[in-house]
Design a protein around this ligand. Sequence first.
Ligand SMILES: [Zn+2]
Length: 301
Amino acid sequence: MNAQKKTDIPCPICGSGDFQVLYADTLGDRLPDFGYDFSPSHRLSFRTVRCEHCGHGYSSPLPADIYANYIDVEDAEYIRNREQRLMTAEKVLSVIRRLKPSGKLLDVGCATGDFLDAARKNYAAQGLELSTWAANIAAATGVRIHRQRLSEMQADEQYDIVTLWGVIEHFETPRKEIAEINRLLKTGGLLCLWTGDLDSWIARLLGKRWWYVQGQHIQMFTMGSLEKLMQESGFVRKKMERYPYVMSLRSIAKSLGRYKALGALARLLLDNRLWGDVRITLKLPGEMFGIFEKVAPAVKV
Ligand SMILES: [Zn+2]
């Protein structure tokens, strides 16, 4: 796969061609890492711009067909954090269950299927995953995994809930993908998602060192650009709060590894035999957990 880039992309949310450059391209001819090993190359990214009209952040220009890169993704590091993802899933599901206690659920970008494992206790749960490696692991638990793109999903209006956990920032054309999700949802169905907020103080403070700045993240939403996209795609907001993320002290130390001095301090204080496995629930600024209800079909895009 070569990383040949196209020309400037108009804003995927409002269509404007006016933008300011937020962060320069650090990838050059390379493609980004599509895993979570937090190696130094993981931080390299495409040029990130911010729309002057709606404030949405996005990568531009981009090489053609980003999704083709996900087929071969394998990520051993991802497996290690399974326990904390299951605990996070339980917290998120307790919120969703209050709005819709049962029904048919599709987790888009389900990776190795941890959320599905938790969700299947209450829902008829299915996943969609492009990585062959991850889809095989998820399917081994007996849950149905669709190994195809959203645009290739056949049946309309069959799901009560569609979930996107850390996925919408990977979408190449978010307006099209959200329209496909609208098509798959029943009227009154819920779209539940988690993504970063480019307008949050932490994103502003950290700038290009904000943890969402990674080559594989090509959309950077704000509450405003997310709301605009959802409203114009036939959804109304039911809930917007901070995403509850369960992490062990050891994995917090690992995640902070991208910040040199802070990372060293965190390793010293957090990653040890006595309390490295202690888990805490983080509700960090800039981590949006939104639930939207489908009220109308999406306009064809
Ligand atoms: Zn815009």
